[in-house]
Write a protein that binds this ligand. Structure first.
Ligand code: IVH
Length: 682
């Protein structure tokens, strides 16, 4: 073989490798249904990297290795959109949206109308240009005509294909402009803020601000480290392709590799549009991305053209918004709350106000730095936001409403509850009192909470009384309470007392992961607790882990590792664990991964011959879940049939769940699945 021929073969091989990686990237990020393990994916990726190092002349713009290639920019260039990016008119109530429908019908002069209904994602509008299937330019909306060229940042987003082609045999279009929304999922936003906070960096007010701040970074490496995501919702120019409906365009986008919202529907009857608005509104809090309404679009492209646009907004679409989550109110006082780790949080006491159907009378001000930055004073008129299950927060002050009578607030230099000294760590002021009753109350509330030990019926009021009356001095003391003790509390009847005792008894049998979470180690939330449980399996192993052991777990950083070590060094921790495990009778099941040799047999029989299907988002990597099942003798299939024994339904489970319901296959939640794959001593 000649040199040139050899090179041709390498080129082909590299191209083939890229195709594979693009495909698996798509399975993993867009469909959330990986076909290969992370290790296998890494191997393909490393192989490509090595080949490209050897043959740099063969590197292409759309190579999966080029997601974060570029150097930091001095400033962004501009980009002129081929077709202006429009904005939407919006309505906020049923009457207005019915008027809109009537207007549309009148203007179209009869005939059938179909509407496509989409969630209105609260992120930032983007345009992505694909030339011959390759992503070449990505830009913000800007003023609608000209946006900023942020190509190198958009390339870092894994759900934005660098090259399109999936599921279609036709050659890629010479030009395709895709429009959609960049956003940060709510759960990832919380993690990002926690990480920024831990590093003493500025946190973002909400997911939208976080997305905006991340996508406009001059250094693409920073953008790459942010959990940005993308939903496509429309097409600009598409050379060589005509769509007769918007629905068709969405379907095309989905087939060529974009993430398109699974909540999109089409309706012929307008009453169904209204019904769906209410349905989506009810889902708003459980979705992992923020939406502020629905967008109603006339489906027929020919009808859209007849309706046209007016002052930069299309007449063929309207945003039907959900009730506001922001309201004005006044700050009557600022108080300090002491958290489980001693952090002193300033809290605004508000004139009660209804936000999104809930009365809000307190809102967090986060910490002293935030309070100073927003310059919130007692007596101020403020904007308060309540988003989903997030605690209400003061967003901003309406300074024009100041009268001069407002009072500034200073953080105390001693703990307002126990009087101990406070220590400032970055923006956080912390009470260092070892027997601070406020900390104890919060620690016990956390210990007993649903996602920790789950002691049902043990509410905040009961815990506060128990601490105030010195009936408990740590979480383990809960298990030594008698009915007589409980009956001494205010508003405690015989039945409630018995219920609490029963719940306490039930909670003694737990999982190691829940126990670790319940201990309330700083920086160890539910997810990290589950990682620790996976890796160490029991208290002894975790207690004996050193810094290197901890940090060798991907996702556990130095900060978290140090915090865990510090926790286990405390005398009070040893005492607490001894009381819980040796005296109170708390016991847990070991995690599948941590199962000791010989013990595995006991579980093996349970999953022998059983077939599992996973759907939706679960907290552990799919690959891990799969290997757990397989190690215990079961099988994992990718689609649901009557031979399926269990469908494990995660968040936002879709058609597989429906299929399971139709076939009457047993559906279990992740928690139950975890229980199944853990070892229980008999
Ligand atoms: S369509 C011609 N669809 O809402 C229609 N927009 O003011 C233009 N948005 O800038 C946009 N979700 O950032 C459309 N499913 C969706 C959307 C959506 C969110 C945003 C977009 C746009 C703004 C409209």
């Amino acid at each position: 073989m000649g040199v040139e021929e050899g090179k041709e073969a390498v080129k082909e091989y590299i191209e083939d490798l890229r195709k594979k990686i693009h495909y698996h990237n798509y399975r993993y990020y867009v469909l959330n249904e990986p076909e290969i393990s992370d290790a296998e994916y890494d191997r393909l990726f490393k192989e490509l990297e090595e080949l490209e190092r050897k043959y740099p002349e063969l590197i292409t713009l759309d190579s999966p290795t080029q997601r974060v290639g570029a150097k930091p920019l001095e400033e962004f260039g501009t980009y002129e959109h081929g077709i202006p990016m429009l904005s939407l008119n919006s309505v906020t109530n049923e009457e207005e949206v019915r008027d809109y429908d009537e207007r549309v019908r009148r203007m179209l002069g009869g005939g059938e109308i179909e509407y496509v209904v989409e969630p209105k994602i609260d992120g930032l509008a983007m345009e992505l240009v694909y030339e011959n299937g390759v992503f070449t330019v990505g830009s913000t909306r800007g003023d609608g005509k000209t946006g900023e060229n942020i190509t190198q940042n958009l390339k870092t987003i894994k759900t934005i294909p660098l090259r399109i082609f999936y599921d279609t045999d036709a050659p890629p279009l010479p030009l395709l402009e895709v429009r959609g929304e960049v956003f940060i999922p709510v759960s990832k936003f919380k993690e990002l803020n926690a990480a920024l906070g831990a590093k003493g960096e500025r946190m973002f007010a909400n997911p939208r601000n976080a997305a905006a701040g991340s996508v406009r970074q001059l250094d693409p490496r920073v953008t790459a480290s942010r959990p940005l995501d993308f939903f496509a919702y429309g097409v600009g120019r598409a050379e060589g392709k005509e769509f007769s409906t918007h629905w068709e365009a969405l379907d095309y986008l989905r087939r060529v590799g974009f993430k398109v919202s699974p909540l999109i529907r089409r309706f012929k009857e307008f009453k169904d549009v209204i019904r769906y608005h209410d349905e989506v509104k009810d889902k708003r809090d459980v979705l992992d991305y923020e939406i502020d309404g629905i967008v109603v679009k006339v489906n027929g492209i020919e009808q859209q053209e007849r309706l046209g646009t007016i002052s930069r907004s299309p007449r063929w679409a309207i945003a039907y918004k959900f009730p506001a989550r922001e309201e004005f109110t006044s700050v009557n006082d600022i108080q300090v709350q002491v958290g489980r780790t001693g952090a002193l949080t300033p809290v605004a006491v508000l004139a009660p106000v209804q936000i999104g159907g809930v009365i809000v009378s307190r809102a967090t001000l986060h910490n002293e730095d935030e309070l100073r930055k927003k310059d919130v004073r007692i007596g101020d008129t403020v904007v308060v936001e309540r988003a989903g299950d997030v605690i209400p927060e003061v967003v901003s002050v309406i300074k024009s409403k100041r009268t001069g009578a407002e009072r500034e607030f200073r953080m105390p230099d001693r703990c307002p509850v126990c009087g101990a000294e406070v220590l400032k760590e970055g923006p956080i002021v912390r009470c260092i009192g070892v027997s601070c009753s406020a900390q104890l109350k919060e620690r016990i509330k956390h210990f007993a909470s649903l996602r920790a030990m789950n002691v049902e019926g043990l509410g905040e009021k009961v815990i506060e009384q128990l601490v105030d009356r010195k009936m408990v001095s740590d979480a383990a003391d809960l298990f030594f309470l008698t009915k007589r003790d409980l009956l001494k509390l205010e508003r405690m009847g015989d039945k409630s007392a018995q219920n609490i005792l029963d719940a306490m008894e039930k909670s003694k049998h737990t999982t190691f992961s829940r126990l670790v979470h319940a201990l309330g180690i700083r920086h160890v939330g539910e997810h990290t607790a589950s990682l620790l449980a996976d890796n160490f399996g029991d208290v002894e192993a975790l207690r004996n882990a050193n810094y290197e052991d901890l940090i060798s777990i991907p996702e556990i950083g130095p900060e978290v590792a140090k915090s865990i070590l510090l926790f286990f060094e405390q005398g009070s921790t040893k005492e607490l664990l001894r009381k819980l495990l040796e005296r109170a009778g708390v016991w847990y099941e070991k995690k599948g991964v941590g199962v000791a040799e010989g013990e595995e047999e006991a579980v093996k029989e349970v999953l022998e011959g059983k077939t599992f299907v996973f759907t939706g988002r679960i907290s552990m990597p799919r690959e891990d879940a799969k290997s757990m099942v397989e190690r215990l003798g079961g099988k994992v299939a990718s689609s649901v049939s009557k031979n399926t024994d269990y469908v494990v339904a995660g968040e936002e489970a879709g058609s597989k769940l429906e299929q399971a319901e139709r076939l009457g296959v047993k559906i279990i939640e992740e928690e139950e699945f975890k229980e199944m794959v853990t070892y229980s001593p008999s």
